[in-house]
Design a protein around this ligand. Structure first.
Ligand SMILES: [Zn+2]
Length: 113
């Protein structure tokens, strides 16, 4: 399952940061999910519960926040936000969009003790 390996990486990042920033527990994790992240939110929450068991992130609330990515249209140069894959330019309907962000998964704010 793709979500489980993602959550394992997130927990690794949290553990690495806890050494650098000296926190002992993670209470809340915000995940910014771009249109290219291709994750299922419910599956992500479940996987996070599994991956964080016995770690400093056990019991932390996982908040999934969908975020659009910025893109520019190659046909009319209009700039806008893309909320999902295969979305056309809102101005001219072209699919030739150049993404300015990767639109993947990113760690947002975390709340720690
Ligand atoms: Zn356009």
């Amino acid at each position: 399952m793709h979500e489980l390996s993602l959550c394992q990486s997130i927990v690794e990042i949290l553990e690495e940061q806890s050494r650098r920033h000296h926190y002992r527990r993670v209470r809340r994790v915000e995940l910014r999910v771009g249109p290219r992240a291709m994750v299922e939110p419910a599956s992500m929450v479940f996987s996070f519960g599994v991956a964080s068991r016995g770690t400093l992130a056990e019991g932390a609330a996982l908040e999934i926040r969908p975020v659009p990515a910025r893109a520019v249209c190659l046909d009319c140069s209009c700039e806008g936000e893309v909320a999902k894959l295969a979305e056309a330019c809102s101005n001219c309907g072209s699919y030739r969009l150049l993404w300015e962000e990767d639109g993947g998964l990113r760690l947002g704010e975390i709340e720690v003790d």
